[in-house]
Design a protein around this ligand. Structure first.
Ligand code: DX5
Ligand code: ZN
Length: 216
């Protein structure tokens, strides 16, 4: 059974407390929190003060996805804000290994996100040092885009790399996940499904989370 991580980027920001309560009472496993800087990606979302409040509104895992340049400048602040997972982009990190060590030293699980054009083979020398790979199945920056089909092959290749090395690294798929494609994503080897629009724009988000959770 895959873990479900609704992305609050698609939530109603005026009703954040209500949205958090809804997720708390649902089968959602993680809160996926998308931080964008308007530099690494062409959009700006929310940051540390908002995450501090969300942290107080849930005991579920806060899975923070940084789409920012120089993430090492902010890792400590995100740890203080209550992030459980901190995911940085391989494309944004010159010293990825150092950044991963920093994240773990701050007590968080370390994730690496890869854009659609980035080969998963580039993870070979870091896969043993991380907890999570966030495979982008859309170009990061916006919710509500369509799943890029090539991602399925990347999931399979990554699954193989993780299993061949006997590792316990979670594969998270981020972007364009729907009820229609979730099964093939899970069958390809994904552990965690991020879902923004599919959850928050549905008539009944709790039931949608339930449906995603019970795909097998
Ligand atoms: C995109 C973000 C995603 C986004 C997913 O840059 O990283 O987490 O919120 O949204 P959907 O599920 O609507 O594609
Ligand atoms: Zn994300």
């Amino acid at each position: 059974m895959a873990l479900i991580a609704p992305s609050l980027l698609s939530a109603n920001f005026l009703q954040l407390e209500t949205e958090c309560k809804m997720l708390n009472d649902s089968q959602a496993d993680w809160f996926h929190l998308d931080v964008m800087d308007g530099r690494f990606v062409p959009n700006i979302s929310f940051g540390i003060p908002v995450i501090e409040h969300i942290r107080k509104a849930t005991s579920k895992v806060c899975d923070v996805h940084l789409m920012i340049l120089e993430p090492e400048r902010y890792a400590e602040a995100f740890a203080r804000a209550g992030a459980d997972h901190l995911t940085v982009h391989i494309e944004a990190c010159t010293h990825l290994h150092r950044n991963i060590q920093q994240i773990r030293a701050l007590g968080m699980k370390a994730g690496v996100a890869v854009n659609p054009h980035t080969p998963v083979a580039l993870l070979e020398d870091i896969i043993g040092d991380i907890d999570l790979v966030c495979l982008m199945s859309v170009n990061p920056g916006f919710g509500g885009q369509s799943f890029i089909p090539r991602t399925l092959e990347k999931i399979r290749a990554l699954r193989q790399m993780i299993d061949d090395n006997g590792l316990n690294v979670q594969i998270e798929i981020d972007g364009g996940v729907t009820l229609a494609n979730a099964k093939e994503i899970i069958d390809a080897g994904a552990d965690v499904l991020v879902a923004g629009n599919t959850v928050f724009k549905s008539d009944n988000p709790v039931r949608m989370i339930d449906a995603l959770k019970n795909i097998r």
